[in-house]
Design a protein around this ligand. Sequence first.
Ligand code: SF4
Length: 86
Amino acid sequence: MSSDDLMVRVQVDTETCIGSGQCEMIEEATFLVDDDSGIAAVVGTGLLPTDRAEKVVDMCPGRAISIVAETPETAETVNEEAEETE
Ligand code: SF4
């Protein structure tokens, strides 16, 4: 299995989100910027493949997106890969 196949969960910090909308443009099924508040929220499961989650984290100008958890079935593999790169 490649790292592209691993799923992780993302979340938005509503205190630091500046409503720029990059997340919604990149991952429209996972993020939605509220029309009234102008703040992004995670919709649906919040699960994304690791590479796409890391990309949207990097693209967020408010540094408001974080990866909070791997799914149980992939956590062990993620941890193993992290140890290999240290
Ligand atoms: S990219 Fe970041 S700052 Fe912009 S709307 Fe999404 S969470 Fe908020």
